[in-house]
Ligand binder design. Structure first.
Ligand SMILES: [Mg+2]
Length: 226
């Protein structure tokens, strides 16, 4: 049986974490560079690799793999602490939708996120959503989200083997970057406005469906699964 692959973004789509990740980045940044960052921290729709590349560049440094690994190790500890102090909130409809999708025999769920894999796991374990997902594309290696989408599609293919159908991929996200990276792998795109982007912005980049949140997710997704 061919499967429909549905790839979910995390932040602003499945959950809100009160900037647990952003605050963790700031804490580690100040430890590494001994001062607060001087440039704006742009997180939405971007990858951890891309974000750190930009922050290091602003300090005149090229981000090496050793820098990245060291920063991420500290970041994960801070993230864990931040989430313990201030738990993330699962967005409306998410639990019900994931439960329903998981019960569909021809659907397979994966992640398409700019978080490093261990950061994604930390956020989703805290919100009890981790077990829904079998594979994913993450922000460890790629600075550009289109490449993360390709990584997620490749991970789906590896997981599903000949049940993977490249024409039956759906990306669910909350920023214009989720929509454009979904289009880069010829996926259908479903965009939610729970992350702060407006319906107009998401429509303008070609989202197939735009909705306020995922509380109507089952009826929105059902037509794409037949
Ligand atoms: Mg997001």
């Amino acid at each position: 049986m061919k499967k429909t692959t549905i790839l979910f973004d995390i932040d602003g789509t499945l959950l809100l974490s009160q900037r647990a990740g952003g605050r963790a980045i700031d804490t580690v940044y100040e430890r590494v560079f001994a001062r607060p960052r001087s440039i704006e921290l742009r997180l939405h729709g971007r990858t951890d690799r891309g974000i750190l590349t930009e922050l290091f560049a602003a300090e005149g440094r090229e981000l090496t793999d050793a820098d990245f690994d060291d920063f991420v190790a500290q970041y994960l500890r801070e993230l864990e602490q931040n989430l313990q102090q201030q738990p993330a909130t699962v967005l409306p409809g998410v639990g019900e939708l994931l439960g329903w999708l998981q019960a569909q025999p021809h659907v397979e769920l994966g992640l398409l996120t700019g978080n490093v894999q261990r950061g994604a796991k930390t956020k989703l374990v805290h919100t009890r959503l981790w077990d829904f997902f079998r594979f994913g594309g993450y922000g460890d290696r790629h600075a550009h989200r289109d490449d993360v989408a390709r990584e997620a599609a490749a991970a789906a293919q590896q997981h599903l083997q000949d049940r993977f159908c490249p024409q039956s991929v759906i990306v669910v996200g909350d920023t214009i970057h989720d929509v454009t990276c979904g289009r880069a792998i010829a996926a259908k795109t479903i965009a939610v406005t729970t992350g702060g982007s407006t319906a107009e912005e998401l429509t303008a980049v070609g989202a197939d469906v735009v909705c306020a949140d995922l509380s109507q997710g089952i009826s929105l997704l059902r037509p794409y699964l037949d």
